[in-house]
Design a binder for this molecule. Structure first.
Ligand SMILES: Cc1cc2nc3c(=O)[nH]c(=O)nc-3n(C[C@H](O)[C@H](O)[C@H](O)COP(=O)(O)OP(=O)(O)OC[C@H]3O[C@@H](n4cnc5c(N)ncnc54)[C@H](O)[C@@H]3O)c2cc1C
Ligand code: FES
Ligand code: FES
Length: 1337
């Protein structure tokens, strides 16, 4: 495109290099500029909407007025490049690289094992880097707050925080050790022997090996930009793009003229609101005004009335200004500031806080924006200006609800905001409750203010505002008016609650759902405010007002995010083991440093290939319908669109017999791919896809498990296992109870979305397929069959995958087929990178579960019979659902020996996207359900849950209900060890004591055992192969069939090869997984990938070593290189394939017996939590895990898997909610609506211990597979919350046999802690309204 003549040159620096863009496009964001324009692919795209932090960069600006340089982290996915004129951008490549030097941040993160898949890692590095540039010795609070906006799905955050602790200003435990041992350890030295003679070791990295931090090594701010900032102060800049003009005026006057000329043009500062409207809502702005250089919009003035703050002031700056004001002013003047600060602590992440402006926040006024209610109750005033002159308007509820006569005019801008000082008799509070404590929009927020007649408790003025209730912030104005003149006492509170509930209406069908919870929060917040004010009055005049009952004090205060501490204890290597043998040592992830420097290449990081096209898909918007027509004519008119590909373009098989790649004739779920548009760029492909029109004839969908049961809609046959005599068992029981449970699904939320690049080789129909799959051979097979060619023409390559968790087993093959068919049709390479929302929609989830139980038991707690019926919502195709329901049936006993036991399971076929494999493969659901019916027995008998667990737990040699033998000794050992390590009984007593003292906050503790299995119930799933080459220089190349997903498989394979070949790790390389080196590889899943491939690598290495043996014998003192040279001279083959036939397993469903799993893994977790009964919030206080991991090949990798899995389980069971409309559309399609645990959600103390002195003779080097086991142990948090709730209900005389479903969200916690407030909310009769969402489990 030719550049418009009026366009200015955009100048900014990236990593010290000057960028000059004469043709800058205002619609382009920095992320795509970096990745596509500069090939700086270290900065990752995880979501594209500011929610994950993978794209974090540091922006540095120079303010010519204050002459200061400011550094801040920013989400490059939301930053228009035109906003960067005159700034310096630092990306992860600019921080450090293996080619120059790695930065201590990168080094420490890698050495502390803070990366697994590595996709989030550059973002983590950049958040920390920006913090250190501003605060070279930050506090731990600053460190954790700096990571608020960065999500990691793999690590569980503990090692990330651990690595950054070393930068903290204050000494932290591990810095003090000096011996390489964590100071939390009470047991001797690094490899001290315990009393039982077991060699255990603790700590996974040694801070003494860290390079010192040297701030003088950092980039300096380019002097040229300082000069530019001075010189260009007076000049307006215009950047004209294809569709949008970006104008950055230099003066206020000019801005006002422009606003008069373009009244519809947004005044973009942070672009966090406008940018999202453009990305998600498809809004287009022909003109954008950018007022960043206008000093009037950045003023900070202390006036007699309050602080006047420029509208372009960023929220992070606002926080710093308010903190300064609070520390310098009398307390009575700063109550509004404190309320704002409280909201700012949890509002978004640091990147968004650094971008978003006060003015932008006020004007965009989302219903859940947290500052606006506080500003409004604080009587803030907006200073407006336009070409017509200046005026002031109050920031009121009318303004926030967009009332025309209270609003700003289209030609006006906000110059500044007056935030008044509070008065002596003022009380101001702010509240918010979100699905996650930080970086999540509020479900409901509120600000409340009361002004008393001086010296009294008589209300003179009252103001209550709520967000998250309607489409705008709403006021309880009438209620407040009625309460003026009333005294602040319990009568007033009761009246206030009734009035507010009468005034603030929330429809039962309100968008966002959670209607009754939201209503309850209205009055819960009011009650908290009531108590806070009472407490404040008492402090003001202790003689006049009564003390707040001590028990009630617990309603005050919020949970804080404290920096986590932890211990990791594992079996030490044999003292006889040669020092160069790396097996058993916590070796750093093979790609750890490259993750941290951004040099690790993922599929979409591959540089564009000549002639490459981008692909976007057209998806079904109906759950079940006939396709009447596909009209792509408009798509072809979009510039750059090359072709539209449908099922008719597939030369061979369109997918498999079970699942089509492109829909034909009928669609069976929302999100099913109908056709694909290929274009010269990804934006053109997306625009083209939006233009394709599909006509449907709608059919009735089945969406829920209940519907499927009703319609007899199943996949496969019922699976059943029965042991003993169920009827006799029930007859012998003292008591029988029955119950049900729903467990919601879970999004995989790997940080790297599904990606594929297909490159035709131009000869013999050969194609290279680069895919982010867990299953290389399936990609190869399906592509070959779609193109109707032999598999030997398709080469599938996988360098690494940015997290998978089961979500990249089946679907990537279909994505590859779609891209390959397009490549075949056009003859050009095709790249298909799924947008986050498409990935979440199409890929399917963990299976939602519904279970019914009937359990018979004796009065002493012994369970004598259990009859279980399990259902999963499989979605629209078989996928892996049959195997998932099989695993659910086989593992339903968890750790318990029930003499008479029957479990039956069915996979329900519905019109939802096909649910698929997910870490744990059904066990997290069946385990949670099993623990639920065991807990129900404890409740019914009145016995402590741990006692009922203990008495029913397997012991010694045993058989499962399907007659597989196993030894439960280690289960018992884990149980005892966990009870001891967690100090369970003393902490339980302490929690009970706490609960007696505190009415509104309660603690709970739970200890949960686990019997898990590795592997699959069919032998062939366990086979694995490897290919090992030794080159003439002695270097070794290892390849195997497993895929590096972040689980450290390649690192372990290098350790195996090093031990077997007896060469140092530095000699060995592993470059990729490919179908050209290892054919027919099985899925990398089921916790056994590392050990089965490890056996294959071992086999290959042993073959090679055997061949070398005669040469070594001849020259025992020789070097490895000499032996290899000699072997070559003697024509000895230096390449070998290794093979592992697999563990023998089988399951005979007719006989209901088998040897279904190669071995068992035991573990126990104890968790403690505290809940806030009024909001449903909870705090994870401590978790101790004891795991029967045996002798780990790499303890850092395995502990990482356990910790990461555990946190994923915490997400599954307490937080992550998939919302589906009554029409079958999934609402939760990104980090904005779907919350995975963030850094604030991990236990404050998080300890992992491996069981001492245990071995697993079946797996390589006596190890056990740790990939999945941790997930279920997250249920200990679920049951700890349950314990806290039980204490609430007992105290309140409520039935104790209550039902909880999963996830146990803030909503459920609040509503089950029933009280006067939940009693008073209006309820709607089911069936009298259409709900916003439905329960599909
Ligand atoms: C990932 C993410 C998480 C978030 N989390 C939270 C949260 O937890 N809590 C919360 O409260 N909010 C949250 N937000 C919302 C955020 O607070 C707002 O998007 C932000 O404050 C808007 O500021 P901005 O400078 O980016 O506005 P922009 O997008 O730049 O502009 C927004 C609007 O304001 C107008 N405008 C801006 N300045 C002026 C002015 N001086 N005069 C007149 N009009 C003006 C523009 O014309 C435009 O219409 C989140 C946003 C994102 C993207
Ligand atoms: S990609 Fe930018 S925040 Fe997720
Ligand atoms: S390592 Fe953080 S997302 Fe994988």
């Amino acid at each position: 495109m030719a550049c418009p003549p009026q366009s200015d040159e955009l100048i900014f620096f990236v990593n010290g290099r000057k960028m000059m863009e004469s043709c800058a496009d205002p619609e382009e964001v920095l992320l795509s500029y970096l990745r596509k324009g500069l090939c700086l692919t270290g900065t990752k795209k995880g979501c594209g909407i500011g929610g994950c932090g993978a794209c974090t960069v540091m922006i540095s600006t120079y303010d010519p007025v204050s002459k200061k340089i400011l550094h801040y982290p920013a989400n490059s996915c939301l930053l228009p490049i035109c906003s960067l004129h005159g700034t310096a951008v630092t990306t992860v490549e600019g921080v450090g690289s293996t080619k120059t030097r790695i930065h201590p941040i990168q080094e420490r993160l890698a050495k502390c094992h803070g990366s697994q898949c590595g996709f989030c890692t550059p973002g983590m590095v950049m958040s920390m880097y920006a913090l250190l540039r501003n605060h070279p010795e930050p506090s731990m609070e600053q460190i954790t707050a700096a990571l608020d906006g960065n999500l990691c799905r793999c690590t569980g955050y503990r090692p990330i925080i651990e690595s950054y602790k070393s930068f903290a200003g204050e000494p932290t435990c591990c810095q003090l050790r000096g011996t390489g041992q964590c100071c939390l350890d009470q047991e001797g030295g690094v490899s001290s022997s315990s009393d039982r003679g077991d060699r255990m070791r603790s700590g996974l990295c040694n801070p003494e090996e860290f390079q010192p931090a040297d701030p003088s090594q950092e980039f300096i701010f380019p002097p040229e930009l300082m000069r530019m900032a001075q010189e260009q102060q007076g000049r307006t800049l215009v950047f004209q793009g294809e569709r949008t003009m970006w104008i950055s005026p230099a003066s206020l006057r000019e801005l006002l003229e422009l606003k008069t000329k373009y009244p519809k043009a947004p005044v973009v500062v942070g672009n966090t609101s406008v940018g999202l409207d453009m990305k998600i809502g498809g809004v287009h702005h022909p003109v954008i005004l950018h007022p960043d250089r206008i000093s009037e919009l950045r003023i900070v003035n202390n006036t007699n009335n309050g602080l006047v703050i420029g509208a372009a002031c960023r929220l992070a700056q606002l926080r710093d200004i308010l903190m300064k004001a609070v520390s310098g002013l009398p307390e009575e003047k700063t109550k509004i500031f404190c309320a704002l600060l409280q909201q700012l602590r949890t509002l978004a992440g640091e990147q968004i806080r650094s971008l978003a402006s006060l003015g932008g926040h006020i004007v965009s006024r989302g219903s859940t924006w947290d500052l606006n209610p506080v500003l409004a109750v604080g009587n803030s005033v907006l200073n407006l200006t336009s070409t017509d002159g200046k005026r002031q308007i109050p920031l009121t509820d009318d303004f926030l609800s967009g009332c025309k006569n209270a609003d700003i005019k289209p030609n006006e801008i906000i110059v500044s905001v007056l935030i008044p000082y509070s008065k002596k008799d003022d009380f101001v509070s702010a509240f918010r409750q979100a699905e996650r404590r930080k970086n999540a929009l509020s479900i409901v927020n509120s600000a409340m203010r009361v002004l008393f007649k001086p010296g009294t408790n008589v209300i003179m003025d009252l103001n209550i505002l709520y967000g998250g209730i309607g489409s705008t912030t709403v006021s309880a104005r009438k209620s407040c008016q009625k309460l003026v003149g009333r005294q602040w006492n319990e009568h007033m509170l009761g009246e206030a609650c009734r009035l507010v509930l009468g005034e603030i209406f929330l429809s039962p069908s309100a968008p966002g759902g959670k209607v009754e919870y939201r209503r309850a929060l209205l009055v819960s917040f009011l009650f908290k405010f009531y108590l806070q004010v009472l407490h404040g009055l008492k402090i003001l005049d202790p003689s006049k007002y009564p003390d707040l009952p001590k028990k009630y004090m617990s309603a005050l205060g919020n949970f804080e995010c404290r920096p986590p501490q932890g211990r990791q204890v594992y079996q030490d290597v044999d003292p006889e083991q040669p020092p160069q043998d790396p097996v058993g040592h916590p070796i750093m992830h093979q790609s750890g440093v490259k993750h941290a420097t951004g040099e690790a290449v993922y599929c979409d990081d591959m540089h564009p290939i000549d002639g490459e096209l981008s692909l976007a898909v057209v998806k079904s918007s109906k759950a079940h319908a006939k396709i009447v027509s596909i009209d792509a004519s408009e798509a072809f008119k979009v510039p750059g669109v090359v072709d539209v590909v449908t099922a008719s373009d597939v030369p061979g098989e369109n997918g498999t017999k079970n699942e089509k790649a492109f829909a034909e004739e009928e669609v069976i779920c929302v999100g099913q791919i109908i056709c694909a548009v290929v274009a010269e760029s990804d934006i053109q492909a997306k625009r083209g896809a939006e233009k394709v029109k599909i006509q449907y004839e709608e059919l009735e969908p089945i969406l829920t498990i209940e519907d499927a049961i009703k319609h007899n809609s199943y996949i496969g046959k019922e699976k059943k296992v029965e042991k003993g005599n169920i009827e006799k068992g029930f007859n012998s029981a003292d008591e029988i109870i029955e119950g049900e449970m729903h467990i919601g699904g879970q999004e995989h939320f790997y940080l790297e979305p599904n990606s594929v690049l297909v490159v035709p080789r131009g000869e013999d129909n050969e194609m290279d397929v680069y895919s982010s799959t867990q299953y290389s051979s399936n990609v190869q097979e399906l592509v070959a069959s779609a193109l109707d060619i032999q598999s030997n023409k398709i080469m599938c390559h996988i360098k690494r995958v940015g997290g998978a968790f089961g979500g990249k087993i089946t679907k990537p093959s279909y994505f590859a087929v779609i891209a390959a068919v397009a490549a075949n049709k056009t003859g050009r390479p095709v790249r298909f990178i799924l947008e986050r929302h498409d990935d979440m929609l199409i890929v399917g989830n963990r299976h939602p579960f519904f279970g019914k139980y009937k359990v018979g038991f004796m009065n002493d707690g012994r369970i004598v019979a259990a009859d279980i019926q399990a259902y999963i919502n499989a979605g629209c195709t078989p996928d892996e659902s049959e195997m998932v329901i099989e695993f659910i049936v086989l593992k339903m006993d968890n750790a318990y020996k029930i003499p008479n036991f029957r479990v039956r399971g069915r996979a329900c076929k519905t019109h939802l996207p096909s649910n698929t494999a997910f870490r744990g493969f059904g066990f997290p659901q069946s385990g949670l359900f099993a623990e639920t019916w065991v807990t129900a027995v404890a409740t019914q008998t009145g016995l402590p849950p741990e006692q009922v667990r203990d008495m029913n737990m397997y012991e010694g040699l045993n058989v499962t209900p399907f007659k597989e033998q196993f030894d439960a000794t280690n289960l018992r050992k884990c149980w005892t060890e966990c009870l001891e390590k967690s100090e369970y009984y003393s902490r339980k007593t302490a929690a009970e004591e706490f609960n007696k003292q505190n009415y509104w906050k309660k603690k709970g503790i739970a200890i949960i055992p686990m019997k898990f299995t590795a592997g699959f119930n069919k032998t062939f799933y366990h086979q694995a192969a490897a290919l090992v080459h030794i080159y003439k220089d002695g270097s070794v190349l290892v390849t195997h069939g497993g895929v590096e997903l972040g689980q450290g498989i390649h690192t372990k394979m290098l350790q195996v090869a090093s031990r077997e070949l007896k060469v140092p790790l530095s000699y060995i390389h592993l470059c990729e997984t490919s179908t050209t080196t290892v054919p027919n590889a099985l899925i990398t899943a089921g916790s056994v990938g590392s050990e089965t491939n490890g056996k294959a690598v071992q086999d290959a290495c042993q073959i090679l070593r055997k061949r070398l043996e005669p040469i070594i014998q001849k020259n025992p003192e020789g070097k490895w290189e000499d032996w290899i040279k000699e072997a070559f001279q003697e024509s000895i083959s230096l390449s070998a394939t290794g093979y592992f036939k697999g563990y023998v397993t089988y399951m005979n469903w007719e006989k209901e017996e088998g040897h279904a799993f190669p071995y068992f893994i035991f573990g126990v977790a104890c968790s403690e939590v505290e809940i806030d009964c009024l909001t449903g919030d909870h705090q994870n206080i401590r978790t101790d895990i004891v795991m029967d991991a045996c002798f780990s090949i790499n303890p850092a990798v395995d502990i990482g898997q356990i910790e990461g899995g555990f946190i994923q389980g915490v997400g599954l069971f307490t937080m992550e909610e998939i919302k589906v409309s009554p029409e079958g559309k999934q609402y939760t399609l990104g980090p904005d609506t779907y919350k995975i645990p963030a850094v604030c959600d991990i236990p404050e103390q998080f300890n992992v211990y491996f069981l001492p002195n245990t071995r697993n003779p079946i797996a390589i080097y006596s190890s056990k597979g740790m990939g999945e086991a941790g997930v279920f142990l997250g249920s200990s948090v679920f049951f700890a919350i349950r314990d806290a709730i039980a204490s609430v209900r007992k105290e309140r005389g409520l039935p104790e046999n209550f039902t909880l479903n999963s996830p146990l969200t803030t909503e459920q916690i609040r509503m089950v802690c029933a009280d006067d407030f939940t009693e008073m909310i209006p309820r709607d009769k089911p069936g009298t309204y259409k709900p916003w969402d439905i329960e599909v489990a």
